[in-house]
Design a binder for this molecule. Sequence first.
Ligand code: FES
Length: 108
Amino acid sequence: MARETVKIASLRDLRPGQMLFAELDGLPIALANVDGAIYAFGDSCRHEGGPLSAGLLIGETVTCPWHGWTYNVRTGKSIVPPLGLRIPTYPVRIEGDDVYIEIDWSEE
Ligand code: FES
């Protein structure tokens, strides 16, 4: 089965405006809480692999801490040049305090 749903974090560790790093079988994943909405996306910047979860989150925009590339955490799209790049995003489900993501390993 290539697609699975995995508990990746607890909501109590991810307050509004915060980001969190998680690793899933070696895959670096970032979580962001944007006004109560949780988004999951690839933690590695498309430039040189900077850790996006250690960057700056303002609204839906994350800025890489290394050289400042920016992405929309909901869509994964870069929002300043180079446009058209995309980081992976993962569907999120919340059950109580548990944060689950859906991941398709055939796409990773
Ligand atoms: S590694 Fe992210 S901007 Fe360079």
